[in-house]
Design a protein around this ligand. Structure first.
Ligand code: BDP
Length: 594
């Protein structure tokens, strides 16, 4: 799916800003409400999560529906071509109405969706109403449970218990735009450049009479010099002396398409891309044919005030801190990040493991994603299969051209040791691979309940990504013991899959910034540093370890739980992005570690 871009033929109109907002607590006639202005609404910024904007815990923790509304004006010229309304995302489900008419819906909170609205708007003012539903259950990704709690003498209360360890920030999280295209238009572009300068493309035209169109293409370098010209909806080319895209030199090229239509109109779109290879060979991940050791984090896209809402300064700052600490990569745990984040990573040379919002697929987890729930036979109970397929398709379609994306993660910590896991994941892994022209490696990030003896999905993965908390959730305070357990498990997985690269997807310890202890007790900055050192010593002994992603880049908000003091504190940075002591240790290690 193409990102909205303005050019000589396409216009983009910003619908971000302050919208009208209301939580819906009672039955509501959607059609009736969508046809008139909201009464007693609150001003609400878009993009943003709605939750932390106003005080009141009932407001923040609302379960169910909310409504966003605004008006926008359409000019005569906007109606000459195709007019599209596009949402960067709405968590977790959205139903969109225009001038009192329903125009469509979308499920899944972290991927874009759009509607053609040309025939549905009028010149002048239009009323846009979006109903957003924030419930997570066993049919959504991420997964959660809706339960009714009863207390003596009090009315029943509905609670939504996320199966995951991050606060359920919701609303219109990402930008909203209108954009225009000609009636015959470029629907999609796939461009796949390799580090030897070869490339292939595919252009998809749609709309009125696409069969009568011709596609001309050009490849330009960053200065705008045309390096290649060709035509056709599909084709291949070869350039001499390109600069491959890499972390050190994230050189971007431009693929420019001009669609000439039979009616004399034309569309154009320019997609950025890089020439780079990603492959796997004998326990190594290779970038442009050379082994790359992944240094970095699992990272949430979130921060104070706007929660998980698109926050350009925060994103850019985070990538600056990744560079500062010597990291070269992160995983978008546990959902696709904003499109703007992917663009920044392309530009700054950060390698991304792009994760689907498939977290909490384990009925053995408690409400906050911690172990201790009641296993019910996850794969017989969950109803996520079909939705998961669609999400993988939408994710690959959105991010396929980004050189920064080096792998897909189909899920985080599913019940991969339970019967049915292989049957659930096999088609998803296949679909992800087949849909991606670059055939990037695919993984499923597994947890410690899924051992070398019990894991049912290891063989499906191109590389293994393991989350381990020895020294924290067990063996706490005993780092030599933790190291011994860790090493034994890694060796076990290596014996089982001797050719697959193995990396840690998560390891970490909750750390209260400013808490110190000469004996490096739990929760202190000293313990976090020692924890990192202990794990690093194990990695350095094992030649098949191909990367280390610390949990977590920065402290983040979670649901309330007695194991969480104001959220998850495993950050190497605080939530306001100040380094803890371990940041200096990692910086020292990673700056030296190639
Ligand atoms: C892992 C989860 C991650 C949690 C982390 C933790 O993948 O989302 O935040 O544990 O407990 O199991 O800190």
């Amino acid at each position: 799916m193409l990102y909205p871009k303005m050019n000589a033929v396409r216009q983009v109109f910003d619908l971000n800003g302050i919208w009208n907002f209301k939580l819906i607590s009672d039955e509501l006639d959607r059609k009736e409400q969508a046809g008139r202005l909201l009464k007693k609404s609150l001003p609400m910024p878009v993009p943003s999560a709605y939750n932390d904007i106003y005080p009141n815990r009932e407001f923040a923790d609302h379960v169910g529906e909310m409504v966003y509304q605004r008006t926008f004006d359409v000019t005569e010229s906007m109606l000459e071509g195709r007019l599209v309304l596009r949402f960067g995302s709405a968590a977790h489900r959205a139903e969109v109405w225009l001038n009192g008419n329903r125009i469509g819906a979308h499920k899944g909170g972290f991927l874009p969706f759009s509607f053609e609205i040309g025939g549905k708007v009028q010149e002048g003012e239009n009323l846009l109403t979006v109903y957003v539903n924030n419930i997570v259950d066993y049919s959504t990704l991420p997964c959660g449970r809706v339960e009714t709690e009863s207390f003596p003498g009090l009315p029943d209360r509905t609670v939504d218990l996320p199966n995951f360890d991050f606060y359920n920030y919701t609303g219109l999280l990402r930008p909203v735009w209108l954009y225009t295209t000609p009636l015959t238009y470029i629907r999609d572009i796939t461009i796949n450049g390799r580090c030897d300068g070869s490339f292939e493309w595919k252009v998809e035209a749609d709309g009125k009479d696409p069969a009568g169109s011709v596609a001309d293409i050009q490849v330009l370098d960053e200065n705008g010099t045309v390096l290649f010209q060709g035509s056709g909806f599909e084709g291949a080319g070869q350039l001499e002396k390109i600069r491959p895209w890499s972390c050190e030199d994230p050189c971007l090229y431009r693929f420019r398409v001009e669609l000439r239509n039979r009616d004399g109109s034309r569309d154009e779109y320019t997609e950025e891309f890089g020439f780079r290879d990603i492959s796997i060979e004998k326990c190594r991940i290779l970038l442009n044919g050379k082994p790359v050791y992944l240094k970095g984090f699992g990272k949430h896209e979130e921060g104070p005030f706007s929660g998980r809402g698109t926050n350009l300064p925060l994103m850019t700052k985070d990538l600056g801190l990744l560079k500062w600490i010597g990291a070269n990569s992160f995983r978008t745990s546990h959902y696709p990040n904003s499109e703007e984040m992917m663009q920044l990573c392309d530009r700054m040379g950060i390698l991304v493991i792009d994760e689907a919002p498939a977290v909490g697929l384990n009925t053995g987890f408690t409400a906050t994603g911690l172990l201790g729930g009641s296993p019910e036979g996850t794969w017989a109970v969950l109803k996520t299969g079909e939705h998961h397929r669609r999400v993988m398709e939408e994710l690959v379609d959105r991010d396929k051209n980004h050189p920064c994306v080096i792998a897909w993660s189909v899920a985080n910590e599913p019940a991969s040791q339970e019967e049915g896991a292989k049957e659930y994941f096999e088609p998803l892994v296949r679909l992800t691979k087949e849909r991606d022209a670059q055939r990037r490696p695919v993984t499923i990030v597994t947890y410690e309940g899924s051992t070398p003896e019990t894991c049912k999905v290891a063989e499906l993965c191109d590389f293994l990504m393991l989350n381990r908390y020895r020294g924290w959730y067990d063996t706490e305070g005993n780092l030599p013991g933790a190291a011994a357990k860790l090493e034994a498990e890694l060796e076990g997985f290596h014996r089982r899959c001797p050719d697959k690269p193995i990396m840690l997807g998560e390891y970490g310890a909750d750390t209260v910034a400013g808490l110190h202890d000469v004996n490096a007790r739990l929760f202190t900055e000293e313990y976090q540093t020692l924890f990192m050192k202990t794990y690093a010593e194990v990695f350095d002994r094992l030649p098949y370890i191909t990367g280390e992603h610390v949990w977590v880049f920065a402290d983040f908000a979670t649901a309330e739980n007695i194991k969480r003091v104001d959220g998850n504190k495993k950050g190497i940075f605080t939530r306001d992005r100040r380094p803890k002591q371990a940041a200096y240790y990692l910086r020292d290690r990673w700056m030296k570690r190639d």
